[in-house]
Design a protein around this ligand. Structure first.
Ligand SMILES: Nc1ncnc2c1ncn2[C@@H]1O[C@H](COP(=O)(O)OP(=O)(O)OP(=O)(O)O)[C@@H](O)[C@H]1O
Length: 347
């Protein structure tokens, strides 16, 4: 099901949680709503679900205005943190719940329900847990069961609010991949809320970046990373070095080669992987010293100290493949020269 939001605004008392939000989600996408705490992600999700009424605007599902339609009639499944599994029911009964409460004329027989529940438990790869109670499951297993429960009623849209929020890092990573695979299998239009940019980039086919109740940018992860439409998005998505030219950082940038052309703004955002490094000659006048580095798996993050950077104490971060770093044979305290391959410019 496609989703279109037109000019949605929502106030809580005097506080404007969403301002004139326009959003189009084509059928079958897996969309991340990404933004800092309090930016309006959950409010937007609740409005799509029909759990919250917008003060203004329309919600179109498959092109039809459903703004006034009750949640239960929107064909939406959700996995919200506070809609936890029913503790007194087994896994099987939890997944069967949505089918058993259907009106009599739509309700499948118990045999059909059993078949459906088993096929869903198979889909989430937890068939062997059917007779357990939620307290006897791990956090990751509970989330997968919650998803099976949401899928039982064959929703046209799946909404997930911080689905992996409370889980530890390695379980989160597994579940991200698993959700992506599941989506590729089912193709249900899905929207999940996260404040974790890495999660959004890794899982989603489309990322919607929100800030202060407004959409800053929508696009494929690579598009948002490579062409951030403003300084907020650039800073929020991935690591970036921020250099303010109006604060006299221009001189050393010019030495570094970045200002070979005219600056295209007052502020340069430079991704760590766009900073190339070479060992400096002994007589180099480079202001940059290798301060420290960290191993991030196959890449190395390098911290450079710049004695001429206007804001004293700030470092510049570069990244390169581990192999290349080994080849450079650098030690802490070595002088380096940098070559800046690309910058995003803002005012
Ligand atoms: N029922 C409410 N009454 C008053 N204010 C609310 C209500 N619900 C949300 N808000 C406010 O609206 C803003 C947006 O809230 P929302 O839950 O949508 O943010 P969020 O982006 O999901 O944040 P988080 O990542 O922290 O969950 C917040 O400032 C919040 O305090």
């Amino acid at each position: 099901m496609s989703i279109v939001l037109e000019n949605i605004s929502k106030n809580f008392g005097k506080f404007a949680a969403l301002h004139n939000v326009d959003l189009e989600i084509p059928e079958g996408e897996l969309v991340a709503l990404l933004g800092p705490s309090g930016c309006g992600k959950t409010t937007l999700l609740r409005i799509i679900a029909g759990l919250e009424r917008p003060d203004q605007g329309r919600i179109l599902l498959n092109g039809e205005d459903k703004t006034q339609l009750h949640t239960s009639r929107r064909g939406i499944g959700f996995v919200f943190q506070h809609y936890a599994l029913f503790r007194h029911m087994t896994v099987f009964d939890n997944v069967a719940f949505g089918l058993r409460v259907k009106p009599r004329r739509d309700r499948p027989s118990e045999a059909e329900i059993a078949e459906k529940v088993h096929s869903l438990l198979k889909l989430v790869q937890l068939e062997w847990l059917a007779e357990r109670f939620p307290d006897q499951l791990s956090g990751g297993q509970r989330q997968r069961i919650a998803l099976a429960r949401a899928l039982a009623v064959e929703p046209s849209v799946l909404l997930l609010d911080e689905p992996f929020g409370a889980l530890d890092a390695s379980v989160r990573k597994d579940l991200r991949q698993w959700l992506r695979n599941l989506h590729q299998e089912l193709h249900i239009t899905s929207i999940f809320v996260t404040h974790d940019q890495e999660e959004a980039m890794e899982v989603a086919s489309q990322v919607v970046v929100l800030n202060h109740g407004r959409i800053e940018q929508q696009g494929a992860p690579a598009e948002i990373y490579e062409n951030p439409s403003n300084a907020f998005v650039s800073k929020f998505i991935g690591q970036t070095n921020i250099l303010n030219l109006s604060q006299h950082d221009a001189d050393w940038l010019s030495d570094a080669g970045i200002l070979s052309g005219a600056p295209q703004g007052n502020i340069a955002h430079i991704r760590p992987h766009n900073i190339g490094i070479e060992k400096a000659e002994a007589d180099s006048r480079s202001p940059l010293t290798l301060k420290d580095w960290q191993h991030l798996g196959s890449i190395i993050r390098i911290e450079l100290y710049n004695s001429q950077l206007h804001e004293q104490g700030t470092s510049l971060y570069a990244e390169m493949p581990t192999e290349r770093f080994k080849h450079l044979n650098l030690n802490k305290g070595d002088k380096v020269v940098v070559h800046i391959k690309h910058a995003h410019w803002f005012n």
